[in-house]
Design a binder for this molecule. Structure first.
Ligand code: GRG
Length: 310
């Protein structure tokens, strides 16, 4: 753990992740009942409830609590960001995009339910995410979230996911693949800031909004999330670049193929590692102004993303 993590010894990070993920899984299960027409609901549930680390929803709950809100208040935005994350993976896996057979260790949605149902199940999850976030019935009746906060969270999520956010990252990534030439650092950063960081940003910012964070707190947490998002990808690239050839064989090799631009390819392994440490430092510095008793989860989440081994 980094020296900036004060309560590294006492804080049970694994226990924290498991407890928060369990709360989110219960909410997701309840948010998508197996109704008529069953097939579309089955497909939605198959992808939504079939694993995943739940990093985004946990970030959302942690951001709500760091500004003084309660976990229950942030369960609706936490569920919404996981619904959108899942649908983006379902669409990314389609034959017209990455054409993947496996996701989270299971056959992809279109492999099980067929392409039309996988497209529609993704669309339905996107619509449900916003409906669930906006519905007053999603929030605890005895600890309600003021409607103005909810509206602000809806707008934030929409911006981070649409053509200025996640979708922008995916489009620029698609446009940059198969050109035969590596993309430059600026474009690589654009792709990661949109494709990965934007939804992490939405997760943290919507949590802080419903929890009643001040504008200053929200902007600090936004910077934290953008650093963590970029960090996630830099570390991903470093891990991909240092995998043994045997491991690469197992990964089917597709997007690890030689034309994919990565940080180690652009700046070398050593500089990539330094960049990752800088991003971690930048992320954790954003937490200095918060209640020291409440920073452990977000500090450990950043540390986990920086130092994970896969
Ligand atoms: C959002 C409307 C809309 C469309 C989607 C297809 C698409 C547009 C975007 C693709 C986005 C994509 C695949 C981003 C990669 C995100 C990423 C870092 C995935 C891995 O996240 P983890 O490790 O995965 O958190 P788990 O399975 O643990 O949840």
């Amino acid at each position: 753990a980094s020296a900036a993590v004060p309560s590294a010894v006492e804080f049970n990070f694994k226990g924290y992740m498991l407890q928060k993920a369990a709360a989110v899984n219960r909410a997701l299960d309840a948010a998508v009942p197996l109704a008529y027409p069953e097939r579309i609901h089955e497909a939605m549930r198959y992808s939504l409830l079939g694993g995943g680390k739940r990093v985004r929803p946990v970030l959302c709950l942690a951001a709500c609590e760091i500004v003084g809100g309660r976990e229950r208040q942030a369960v609706p935005p936490a569920s919404a960001v996981e619904m959108i994350h899942t649908m983006s993976l379902m669409h990314d896996d389609l034959p017209c995009m990455d054409n993947d057979d496996l996701r989270r260790g299971q056959p992809t949605c279109h492999r099980v339910f067929g392409e039309p149902v996988a497209v529609l199940a993704g669309d339905a999850l996107l619509a449900l995410a916003f409906g669930h976030l906006a519905d007053p019935a999603s929030y605890p009746a005895d600890d309600p979230v003021p409607p103005a906060r909810v509206v602000r969270a809806v707008a934030e999520l929409s911006r981070c996911v649409g053509a200025e956010g996640l979708v922008a990252g995916q489009v620029v990534d698609l446009e940059s693949t198969g050109l035969g030439t590596p993309v430059g650092l600026e474009r690589l950063e654009f792709i990661h800031l949109h494709k990965t960081a934007a939804l992490l940003e939405a997760s943290v910012v919507t949590g802080a909004i419903v929890g009643g964070g001040s504008d200053d707190q929200i902007e600090r947490l936004r910077r934290y999330a953008r650093c963590v998002g970029l960090l996630f990808q830099v570390v991903d690239d470093i891990l991909d670049g240092t995998k043994s050839s045997q491991e690469l064989g197992k990964t089917a090799g597709k997007d690890l193929a030689s034309d994919k631009t990565t940080y180690p390819k652009l700046m070398g392994l050593e500089k990539s590692r330094e960049f990752a440490e800088e991003l971690l430092k930048d992320a954790t510095e954003q937490l200095l102004e918060f209640d020291p008793m409440k920073v452990a989860p977000l500090l450990h989440l950043a540390d986990y993303i920086a130092h994970r081994q896969k």
